[in-house]
Design a protein around this ligand. Structure first.
Ligand SMILES: *Cc1c(COP(=O)(O)O)cnc(C)c1O
Length: 394
């Protein structure tokens, strides 16, 4: 079995597909041969150990998806019905799904231009204006009286926000921090690995479009005691070996099959992240100095995992971006627009939101481009030429 795509001149250059050139097939065979195909099996523990080590975290628990990891982690952190949870409007809906199904209410916050994720200065101003500490030391939203319980920074494209400043503000208000680090494995912040950025818990996704995949799956990393709590919740909160449960938990476990793929991928994490960074560098170099194009952000405080690559097309409107993407697709390039902000989503428009001028101006200017780790230089050069041609065509 080989991870290289079958050459086909008429096929699309895909956006982000798995690279399965390691021991994935061998490990999958082992699952079948040993009959360990379900939620119990040796690959689960090995996968979790590899994830914890790569994240520089005390412990890790694997889950069925990144989305379910967010849900369970927020419950473990104590988010309850009608708690407000601060989250950037600029994210994928999974972040908000987790908040919603934990019973919380998202409170949409602004992102910073230098990182495209939570802006600590803006958060500080927002909290000072709209939150008071009540007599029992609980942060409450002034206008509604709702408890403000947690903050969920998202490491957009693999970039963390300025975590030291964000953590300081969150602590002042007693907020728990769950990092949505879905695609950020491999990122560093001030030289520290993911598990040491300052969040109480961080989630990672192993969906098929991420840098390392388990076919599907997720993980939560953090301190052992909290991870034990998450593990308990995602395994039906069962006490002992009988059918007694001390909470209403979830069946959010990963399977040995998924963990087998995930472990084989984790063995190649460094090389795959390095390849992502090279792809990003090649796009940045190719588009440098082209009028109307700007690179994705590179905050000075960290090193992105560069999950997705692409370019900012300055001044592009939403319909303009749709046409631009359609043009690239005609040239057999699987380019995509970026996340539509959460406060603009029909089921989420009634939630509290800060002023989101930057987010509203940004999203339709963001073009994501093919960045599979198996992308050839020739295909990437074709993408670059097509973007330039499309830009010149107007
Ligand atoms: C991929 C992703 C998720 C969801 O992970 P799944 O494993 O697909 O459930 C959540 N948040 C962000 C920012 C993501 O990119």
């Amino acid at each position: 079995m080989s991870g290289s795509p079958i050459p086909d001149a008429t096929a699309m250059i895909p956006l982000a597909i798995p690279n399965l050139a390691g021991r994935e097939a061998e490990y999958l065979q082992e699952c079948v041969a040993t009959t360990f195909v379900s939620t119990v099996g040796p690959f689960v523990g090995r996968f979790e150990a590899a994830v914890a080590a790569a994240a520089g975290a005390e412990a890790a628990v694997s889950t069925s998806a990144g989305t379910t990891a967010i849900h369970a982690a927020l419950v473990a952190l104590g988010v309850e019905r009608d708690d407000l949870v601060i989250v950037p409007a600029l994210t994928f809906i999974a972040t908000v799904s987790g908040i919603h199904w934990a019973g919380g209410r998202p409170w949409f916050a602004e992102s910073a231009p230098e990182s495209w994720t939570l802006d600590p200065g803006r958060i500080e101003t927002l909290l000072a204006r709209e939150v008071v500490m009540d007599g029992t030391g609980v942060a409450r939203h002034r206008a509604t009286g709702l408890r403000v319980k947690a903050m969920v920074p998202v490491y957009t494209l693999g970039n963390p926000p300025d975590m030291d400043r964000l953590v300081e503000v969150a602590r002042r208000y007693g907020l728990s921090i769950l990092a949505d680090a879905a695609a950020a494995l491999g990122a560093t912040y001030r030289g520290r690995p993911l598990g040491e950025f300052g969040a109480d818990l961080s989630i990672i996704s192993f969906n098929g479009n991420k840098t390392v995949t388990a076919g599907g799956g997720g993980a939560v990393v953090g301190k052992a005691e909290l991870i034990d709590r998450v593990r308990h919740l995602v395994t039906t909160a069962r006490v002992g070996s009988d059918y007694l449960h001390d909470a209403v938990g979830f069946n959010y476990r990963i399977t040995n099959i998924q963990a087998a793929v995930g472990l084989a991928q984790m063995e190649r994490l460094d090389a795959l992240v390095e390849r992502k960074r090279e792809i990003r560098r090649r796009y940045d170099d190719a588009f440098e100095g082209v009028p109307g194009l700007r690179p994705f952000p590179s905050p000075e405080w960290g090193r992105s995992a560069d999950w997705f690559s692409g370019v900012v097309v300055e001044g592009m409107t939403e319909p303009g971006m749709k046409r631009f993407v359609a043009g690239l697709r005609k040239r057999r390039i699987d380019a995509r627009p970026f996340w539509i902000p959460m406060h603009l989503q029909p089921p989420l428009q009634h939630h509290l939101a800060d002023d989101l001028t930057f987010t509203e101006g940004l999203w339709h200017q963001v073009l994501t481009l093919p960045c599979s780790t198996s992308l050839t230089h020739a295909d990437q050069d074709h993408v670059v030429a097509a973007v330039r041609a499309q830009l010149a065509a107007g």
